[in-house]
Design a protein around this ligand. Structure first.
Ligand SMILES: Nc1nc2c(ncn2[C@@H]2O[C@H](COP(=O)(O)OP(=O)(O)OP(=O)(O)O)[C@@H](O)[C@H]2O)c(=O)[nH]1
Ligand SMILES: [Mg+2]
Length: 348
């Protein structure tokens, strides 16, 4: 059986419309990977990733070191509840990717402390944390040495939610884009073994992300919300009652602000509008889909919160987060029903 070098799927020559198709006998890549790599053409989008049961069941038949890849920009959506149990308590090294998207003036120590605290709250135990970025020159050999030591001769199984950067991370260690990566979730289709020096890595399909805004946006709209460069935080000073619109996707109403500050960490291609709360209903009624864009077709629901920390993040899976300090009495977040919103102690 030949499998595709890019995505791990079994190559087949019969059915054009099924995954794994290749028109050429003896190809090393399937047609879909070929088109993603050479033309940035996705052909068809798997979007959500593979159901987690398939991946976790298969994982349980394997032995090895788990490398768990987490996207620093989309951290909450990267979490996997009960991870230690799911991997039958194998050792886990956490690799936090996309460091380049976060502001440079924040130290890696601060990010590491945030991760440690969040993992503690989630009850997830890992043996080590590595912070990486595909844009920075990483010390490949150092990382390979660490993984060599930790894996103790066993396979290194790279897992995580869809689109967190698993295949990109392995490519960094290879020093070449052998594995297929793409900006859409659901790129890797099956377990895919690859040797780097004396180590055996296994790339795996991303575990499906169910409640992310990325699932609701078409490919064109995705380009507005997925950041491709370091985020420049957008800062607002708020007084009295104010409303902030993140495109036509999220509305944040702030009550009784008293020199409050609100900082948005979202793609700089996403338009943000601030208005007096008393004008907000009209703005949404008249301009949703025009001035307030992009929009998704989903029922909008509201959640009311009080600020529980000095600084609190309102995290929207797939979109980023907004940090607000406690100089407000109440916040109402209106968001698409299917999208997860988390309130956490500020990350940065
Ligand atoms: N800015 C930034 N983008 C990254 C980084 N690593 C990966 N990406 C981007 O994230 C997207 C997903 O990368 P992949 O390597 O395909 O992610 P994956 O986890 O293998 O995805 P699936 O196979 O779908 O589960 C691509 O657009 C990458 O270019 C990084 O360090 N920084
Ligand atoms: Mg992949």
């Amino acid at each position: 059986m030949t499998t595709c070098k890019g995505c791990g799927i079994k190559i087949q020559y019969e059915n054009k419309n099924e995954v794994g198709y290749s028109p050429k006998i003896n190809s090393t890549y399937c047609q879909r990977c070929f088109r993603i790599i050479h033309y940035d053409d996705l052909m068809y989008s798997m979007k959500k990733g593979i159901p987690s049961e398939y991946i976790l069941t298969k994982l349980n038949t394997m032995d090895g070191l788990i490398v768990w890849v987490v996207d620093l920009f989309d951290f909450e959506a990267s979490m996997i509840d009960g991870l230690n149990r799911h991997v039958l308590n194998k050792d886990i090294i956490l690799v936090a990717t996309k460091r380049d998207l976060l502001p440079k003036d924040i130290s890696n120590n601060k990010i590491t402390r945030f991760i440690q605290e969040r993992l503690k709250e989630k009850g997830i135990k890992v043996k080590g944390i590595l912070i990486t970025s595909h844009l920075e020159k990483i010390n490949k050999n150092l990382i390979l040495d660490i993984l060599d030591e930790q894996s103790d001769g066993k396979d290194i199984i790279v897992i995580g939610k869809a689109n967190t950067g698993k295949s990109t991370f392995i490519n960094l260690l290879i020093g070449n884009d052998v594995l297929t990566k793409s900006r859409y979730p659901g790129t890797t289709l099956d377990f895919n073994k690859i040797k780097i020096k004396n180590l055996t890595f296994i790339d795996t399909p991303g575990i499906e992300v169910k409640n992310s805004i990325l699932m609701l946006l078409d490919d064109i709209k995705l380009n507005t919300v997925i950041p491709t460069r370091t985020i420049k935080p957008t800062i607002y000073q708020l007084n009295k009652d104010q409303s902030i619109a993140l495109g036509g996707l999220i509305r944040i109403d702030v009550y009784d602000a008293n020199k409050a500050s609100l900082v948005a960490y979202v793609s700089n291609d996403l338009l943000i509008h601030r208005t007096k709360l008393s004008n907000a209903d009209k703005l949404w009624e008249n301009h949703k889909g025009e001035l307030l864009t992009p929009v998704v077709e989903d029922k909008m629901v509201s959640t009311t919160v009080n600020v529980r920390y000095d600084k609190m993040d309102i995290v929207i899976d797939g979109l980023g987060w907004v940090c607000i300090n406690n100089k407000v009495s109440k916040i109402v977040v209106t968001h698409p029903k299917q999208v997860n919103v988390t309130f956490r102690k500020a990350m940065l």
